[in-house]
Design a binder for this molecule. Structure first.
Ligand SMILES: Cc1ncc(COP(=O)(O)O)c(C=O)c1O
Length: 482
C-alpha cells in the first residue's frame, strides 16, 4: 500500500461517520460539531486526520469553518445533481455552438483589459510567478543555443527537461524514465496527441461533466463524439455511471482530470482512481489523464496521479507548466505508455517539435532547485485567495448561492439560485469590473445555465467592493425577474 493510502482512508472513514451523524440528526443545521481536539481524542487519531475529514466535508458543502470558533453544519448542503445512470444522455456529435467558442475567445481576450479583475480565464497571476529567475534562465538558454544554433529539438524533446519531469513525477507516485516522456506545446497539445493516437473520427469518448472547454474543442476538432458522464463536485467522475455507459456504448477513450478538475475543482479519492484504472484496464480502454493542476493542492499533500496504478501502460498522462510557472512558454508533456511510437509520429506531423529555448529555460529553472519552495508559496496563496473569493461570494451573492471550496487549484465553481442566468451574470460582472466564465461553456449540451467559474488567482482586496456591487446587481435583477 502506498504510504499515503492508509491515512487517506482513515480521514474518509471519519468524514463518512460524521456525515451519517448529520444525516441522522445528531448534529443539525447550525450546530457546532466536536472540536478537532475532542474528536481526535475520542477516535484515538491525530488532529491532522480529523482536520482533513472536516475540510473534506467543508468542500462537500456539509460543514463550514468559522474562524476561532470551529466547524458548523451548513444550512445549504450541496446536492450534486444527476449522479444516476438515468442522467446519462446520448453521445453528442453536433459542434459546440459558435457563440460559445466566440464567448470563450472573448473571455481569453479580456485578459488584456487592465480595467477588469481577471476572474475569467483560468490563468495564473504573473505577480505570483518567479519572473526574475525565469528571465535569467531564459537568457541563459538563449545563450546556450548560440553554440548549436537555434535548431529544432526533435521529439521526444529536450533531454534535460525530460529528466526533470521524470523526477517531479515521483512526487505524484509515478516512476517513469525520461525516455517515456515526450515534450509538447502545452497540455492542450498533449491532449490532442493522446486522442489522435487512440481514436479515429466518429469514435465516442467519455468525459467528466462539466469539462474544460479546451478539451471539448479538441474533441470536436478530431470529429469525436462526446459522452458526458456526470461528475460529483467533490469526488470527480461518477464511476457507477461510467460503468453503465461502458456497458451501453462503444467508448474508445475516457478523459478525466482527477486532481482538481476544471471547472469544479474536484479531487478524486485514491480509491476511485485505482477503481477507474482497473475498470478501464479490464475493458482495454485507454484512460487519458489531465494532471495540469496536480501540484496545486492546498494542503501540501501532492495527490497521486491515476497513472501510478497503471500496470498495463494504458493510461496516457498529460500535463504542463502552464498553471504554475509560465503559460506563455507553452511547455507541456505527455507520457503515452503503449502509444509512445504513435505519439512520436503524430507530434512530428503536427508541428515538428516543441520550441527549443523555452524547454531549456524550464529545464534550467527546475535543475537550479527551489521549485518546491515556489510551489509551496503558490499553493498557500491560492488557498487564501480561493477562500477569500468564496467568502465574498457567500457574503454578497443572492442566497442560496452554492459553492464548493476546492482542496487545490485556483478555481471556484459557483451555482446561482434559480432563475439567475449565467450569461446575464457575466454581463453584470463586466459592469462591475469583473471578468468571469459562464457555466454553459463547460459542456457540449445545454447545461450549467446557473453556474459560474471564477479564477481566484487574481484576488485582491479591491475585489471585495466589486463583488459587493455584482451581488447588488444580481439581487436587483432577481427581484425584477421574479
Ligand atoms: C484542465 C486543463 N487542461 C489543459 C489546459 C491547457 O493547458 P496548456 O495551456 O498547457 O495547453 C487547461 C488550461 O486552462 C486546463 O484547465
Amino acid at each position: 500500500m502506498h504510504p499515503k493510502e492508509s491515512s487517506q482512508l482513515l480521514y474518509l472513514q471519519i468524514a463518512d461517520r460524521l456525515r451519517t451523524m448529520i444525516a441522522k440528526g445528531t448534529y443539525g443545521v447550525g450546530d457546532r460539531v466536536p472540536s478537532v481536539r475532542a474528536f481526535s481524542q475520542q477516535l484515538r487519531t491525530s488532529p491532522s486526520t480529523v482536520v482533513m475529514a472536516y475540510r473534506y466535508l467543508e468542500a462537500e458543502g456539509l460543514l463550514e469553518s468559522r474562524p476561532q470558533s470551529g466547524y458548523y453544519v451548513r444550512p445549504v448542503p450541496i446536492q450534486p445533481d444527476g449522479l444516476h445512470p438515468n442522467a446519462l444522455k446520448q453521445a453528442k456529435a453536433e459542434p459546440i455552438p459558435q457563440e460559445a467558442i466566440d464567448l470563450y475567445l472573448r473571455i481569453l481576450q479580456e485578459t488584456r483589459r487592465p480595467d477588469l479583475l481577471q476572474f475569467g480565464a483560468a490563468i495564473p497571476n504573473p505577480a505570483l510567478l518567479p519572473l526574475e529567475r525565469l528571465d535569467r534562465c531564459l537568457s541563459s538558454a538563449a545563450r546556450s543555443v548560440r553554440r548549436t544554433g537555434p535548431v529544432y529539438d526533435f521529439p521526444p524533446g529536450c533531454e534535460q527537461l525530460r529528466v526533470q519531469i521524470a523526477r517531479r513525477n515521483l512526487q505524484a507516485g509515478l516512476e517513469v524514465s525520461p525516455d517515456e516522456i515526450i515534450t509538447t506545446n502545452g497540455c492542450l497539445e498533449a491532449l490532442t496527441l493522446a486522442f489522435s493516437a487512440v481514436c479515429k473520427p466518429g469514435d465516442t469518448v467519455a468525459v467528466e461533466s462539466p469539462v474544460y472547454i479546451g478539451a471539448l474543442q479538441v474533441l470536436e476538432h478530431l470529429s469525436l463524439k462526446i459522452l458526458e458522464i456526470p461528475a460529483h463536485p467533490v469526488h470527480g467522475i461518477d464511476i457507477s455511471t461510467l460503468r453503465f455507459a461502458l456497458d451501453h456504448h462503444t467508448i474508445k477513450a475516457v478523459l478525466v482530470t482527477p486532481n482538481f478538475s476544471n471547472p469544479t475543482g474536484s479531487l478524486m479519492p485514491d480509491s476511485h482512481k485505482a477503481e477507474l484504472v482497473a475498470l478501464l484496464a479490464q475493458r482495454q480502454i485507454p484512460l487519458i489523464e489531465d494532471d495540469i493542476y496536480g501540484n496545486l493542492d492546498h494542503d501540501d499533500d501532492r495527490p497521486r496521479v491515476a497513472k501510478s496504478w497503471d500496470r498495463q501502460d494504458q493510461v496516457i498522462l498529460c500535463s504542463s507548466f502552464s498553471k504554475e510557472l509560465a503559460p506563455g512558454y507553452r511547455i507541456g508533456w505527455i507520457i503515452p505508455g503503449r502509444w509512445h511510437q504513435a505519439v512520436l509520429r503524430l507530434k512530428t506531423g503536427l508541428n515538428v517539435s516543441t520550441a527549443t529555448i523555452p524547454q531549456r529555460a524550464v529545464a534550467e529553472f527546475l535543475a537550479a532547485g527551489g521549485y518546491d519552495q515556489h510551489l509551496r508559496r503558490l499553493r498557500k496563496t491560492y488557498r487564501r485567495f480561493v477562500c477569500q473569493t468564496a467568502d465574498a461570494v457567500e457574503r454578497y451573492f443572492p442566497r442560496p448561492t452554492k459553492i464548493l471550496r476546492p482542496r487545490g487549484g485556483h478555481i471556484l465553481w459557483v451555482e446561482l439560485p434559480r432563475p439567475f442566468d449565467a450569461f446575464g451574470a457575466y454581463q453584470l460582472a463586466l459592469e462591475s469590473g469583473i471578468s468571469l466564465t459562464p457555466g454553459p461553456l463547460f459542456t457540449s449540451r445545454d447545461d450549467y445555465r446557473h453556474h459560474l467559474r471564477l479564477n481566484c488567482a487574481y484576488w485582491t482586496p479591491a475585489a471585495e467592493g466589486r463583488f459587493r456591487q455584482l451581488g447588488g446587481l444580481l439581487s436587483k435583477t432577481n427581484r425584477s425577474t421574479a
